[in-house]
Design a protein around this ligand. Sequence first.
Ligand code: DMJ
Length: 697
Amino acid sequence: MYPPPRKDFIALTLSDQHSRSYNNGKHRRQSCWRKWKQLSRLQRSLILFLLALLLICGLLSYPSFSEQWRGMSDRAVREDWDEDWERGLKPIPPGVNPVAGPAVGPAVGLAGGAVGPELGPAVGPGLIPEVIPEPQRPKVIPKPPAKKRPFPNKRGPPSLQKEGNVSDSLVKPAEKEPVEKEPVEKAEEEEGEKPLVSWRGAMIEADEATEPPPSAHEKDGAVPPVPVNPEDTAPLAPVSVKPVDRLETVREAFRHAWKGYKEFAWGHDELKPVSKSYGEWFGLGLTLIDALDTMWILGLKEEFEEARKWVETELSFSKNVDVNLFESTIRILGGLLSTYHLTGDEMFLEKAKDIGLRLMPAFKTPSKIPFSDVNIGKGTAHPPRWTSDSTLAEVTSVQLEFRELSRLTQDPQYQEVVNEVMRLVHKLPGKHDGLVPMFINTNSGQFTHKGVFTLGARADSYYEYLLKQWIQGGKTEPDLLEDYLEAIEGVKKHLLRTTGPRKLTFVGELNHNRFNPKMDHLVCFLPGTLALGAHNGLPEDHMELALQLMETCHQMYVQMETGLSPEIAHFNLQPYDGRDVNVKPADRHNLLRPETVESLFYLYRFTKDTKYRDWGWDILESFNKYTRVPSGGYTSISNVRDPVNPGPRDKMESFFLGETLKYFYLLFSDDLELLSLDKYVFNTEAHPLPIWKSPPV
Ligand code: DMJ
């Protein structure tokens, strides 16, 4: 045995080694320098040139390296997913259908009360179902007929796929599509423009970007695109499932979502179905309120009664809490008003008045353009911490609800504040052929961030509410119609393009006069809105455009391996064959959004073409396959391109119950008088409000 070395010896040895190596290094540096000086000028230039070349090559190859890293981290996520699978958090395997649901019953009839309320204080119950079918014992839902799938690599776990996992790691490099930079991106790089930040699909100049709200809109890093054989992107073969089966499947999906909410998130804003917990946004039971009228329409009496009791006894708006004016108006005020109309239950109207009044401080600004946030307990309002701007869509998409509140209460203050916003925006300079910028300042009342025009995030429902306010008021307000018609002309002139491969018409974005072939899924509200306009006497070419855009939104689903649309699509303008829809890694998520199903509903109602129902059915099946959490609830997912690892995000947005499932039900229902589009106008959160029989005063 050797005695242990002494500490001072070790210290000496180390410092000695250090000084030796330091001296050696110094000598080496000196001799290198001498040698360098001995070289001729030409030799030195040559070496420097070669080094510079190497550096440039290194920089150019960086993106492909980073892609590989991303791929690796994605594999790590996939391993997590496999663990989840083991723990029982797996996606629904194909072929497994919803197992239980109520017996088939008639769709909830709305006969007997199908008269929209008249102007006046004594507005009584609007639509009360004559009979609500009692929920019956669960029975097995008939399995929809198996589809002949033309896509060998689309949908279902690896074991059922002809060629196994289509995830990126297994794709041969040679199969990868050439990554063609979009002209806009190229131009930006060349011109050294400010980088753009994308938030909820909106393009914002980086140094002016606003912080996202605490919602589910954060982007994910994901894997590079999976190449798909163009032949594989043919539309799905239509399935013919009896409408009644489809209605029952929607009811069952609702019950499944509600089960998770009731068990793990009761009275809270949002269900986190994977972790079996909840998320809070405003702390006002957002999902429960958003879902009230859906339960009524679907005839889910038991669930409705439980929720009603919670609203009556637990819901309090006297909380010291900041809420977003727009989100709480469309979800809470809109939800309470529509439930009041459907049920005739005054309790909902009282709650609606309470929240409506508490939101009013938002409008006390120098410009009368409302602040984004209100503390409903304290009665104070303020802009976001980082700006005094409000989002244009937000300040122009609270009108249907506030106007209706005035009509019901005979108190004009609500309609006055929102009508004033529309008046201001109507005459504001800075529009581009009817297209509006995305922000407006609450001090000056002027548009800001001019030059970016989109029908997507931050602008979308401005266009929707122009038309819908006009319809709500009995087509008596010409400024609204004028702005809407001008805007659609602006869309046609500046934002419409067709893809190279299939000639799909899409709505892109304009960024300081440069076209960006990018379309948010949010834009898929537009086919429905255009069709609604045409149904109300607007030009026939609006309907033609609606049909074309509907096809595009459908392709945003069918060209993805999960059959679910990404949050943002980038369209291929190149005139060669290939995929029309490209998706950037950060845009591959799906938040269970409703817009495409919403438009399918409108198009089916106006054309009666059953293909729209079939397209909707495919989407519902994909939601059931990839987003359904076995213990209850549905989750948003991170990657619509990877059916093996869609990447559950652990969040069920309230609009899945408020909108998506409601529009599925209305799409599949044969009762075309169920919420007739000649009597009701749906707010942007799918809450139906009556079309007025008398013009607004
Ligand atoms: C909903 O809250 C509304 O539809 C809104 O207009 C847009 N975003 C979500 C659904 O995607």
